[in-house]
Design a protein around this ligand. Structure first.
Ligand code: MG
Ligand code: ZN
Length: 383
């Protein structure tokens, strides 16, 4: 008998222990999204039969998702310059390691056609430099430019002309710009050029490379005489420029200066114009900040579109790297007073609209990866 009882008791205790253990175990984690696939291989380059553009102007409204556009549109009396674009598409904004991209990975997808990790500036998932469309244009003898309402060394412009493993390395990004030979650079971040840890004065080094240089302290941008100048570097603030609502107003003048300067040259050009702070309004979950930044960017888009219509040889592509804030336009909204709700102070993973005008624009219809924007532009330039 005892030979039978003992095993039964033992089994009982083991079962008890097992039950106890189950009770003490933390609850299973809620089901999570599977890790997003790491997309590294670019799609084959499209073979376009359409007319090829001579110039490309890529406009990136940072954090300008569909809700931001919608809110801005209603605030402007149910009208936006984006309605004048004949071709609309959607891109999938995710990065290599996260469904929610950051601006560095998002811009590197546009600039180099690779999905990379969040924080990567012009490098792939192995931190290897990837050649950007701006660099390819320079190599092919075209001229290039970048305009931003953040520091010019910020993630978005940085990803077009620098190759560093982290977006925080502003001074390294400025250093990479020395080699990039960009013909027009306008944005904030003077301190990353002339008050650096390595004590180099990049403003002097840019001047040695033939740049004509000015900044917000000595020379208002709107009255800057650039006649006869070759390459331009204008720094609009020591650090990040102010929000528009606090007095920043240079973007329309900067965009027009960049276009006129590049257009006056014999060669074709590639220009990137960023509305950087729509994103910051989203991070702040601040409706009025987003609307104010969108209004200005919308006006610049209208100017660029008008110029491109007269030019006839320029492809204009307007998009965003991602949405910011998980913005919703809630019930109770009117055109005069949007009831904005936010789901996050961070970015979201929603698909992002793409608007295109000009030669080759028809290729931007449909739904595709953010990296396809690079491949479409490159195929159209046929460098
Ligand atoms: Mg940006
Ligand atoms: Zn952001």
């Amino acid at each position: 008998m005892k030979y039978i009882v003992l095993p039964i008791l033992l089994l009982c205790c083991m079962a008890c222990a097992e039950t106890q253990e189950v009770a003490n175990r933390p609850p299973p984690p809620p089901p999570t999204m599977p890790t997003p696939p790491i997309v590294t291989s670019p799609p084959p380059a499209p073979d376009f039969s359409s007319v090829k553009p001579r110039n490309i102007i890529l406009m990136i409204g940072d954090g300008m998702g569909l809700p931001q556009i919608t809110m801005g549109m209603y605030s402007l009396g149910d009208s936006t310059s984006l309605e004048k674009f004949p071709v609309v598409g959607l891109h999938k904004s995710h990065s290599a390691d996260d469904l929610v991209t950051d601006s560095a990975a998002g811009a590197t997808a546009f600039s180099a056609g690779v999905k990379t990790y969040n924080g990567a500036i012009g490098v792939d998932i192995d931190t290897q430099a990837v050649k950007t469309i701006l660099e390819s244009c320079e190599e092919a003898g075209m001229n290039t430019g970048m305009v931003a309402t953040s520091v010019i060394t910020h993630a978005t412009p940085g990803s077009f002309a620098a190759h560093v493993k982290s977006r925080q390395l502003y001074e390294d990004i400025a250093l990479d710009f020395l080699d990039a030979d960009v013909d027009v650079l306008i944005g904030g971040g003077k301190k990353h050029f002339d008050r650096r840890e390595d004590e180099r004065n990049l403003l002097e080094e840019f001047a040695d490379l033939g740049y004509t240089i000015a900044d917000f302290v000595k020379q208002p941008l709107a009255s800057w005489n650039t006649d006869g100048a070759d390459k331009l570097l204008y720094l609009t603030a020591d650090g990040n420029p102010l929000p528009r609502s606090q007095g920043r107003d240079y973007l329309p003048a900067a965009a027009s200066l960049a276009i006129n300067h590049l257009d006056a040259k014999e060669e074709a050009f590639f220009l990137m114009i960023e509305g950087s702070q729509i994103d910051w309004g989203g991070h702040a979950n601040n409706r009025d900040y987003i609307i104010s930044e969108f209004e200005e960017y919308n006006a610049v888009i209208a100017d660029v579109l008008e110029w491109a219509k007269a030019d006839g040889e320029t492809l204009v592509v307007v998009t965003a790297d991602h949405e910011t804030g998980g913005l919703a336009i809630n019930p109770g909204s009117t055109r005069d007073s949007i009831v904005a709700a936010f789901t996050t102070p961070k970015h979201s993973a929603t698909m992002i609209p793409v608007f295109a005008y000009g030669p080759g624009s028809e290729n931007f219809a449909g739904i595709y990866q953010n990296t396809a924007i690079y491949h479409k532009m490159m195929a159209l330039l046929a460098l």
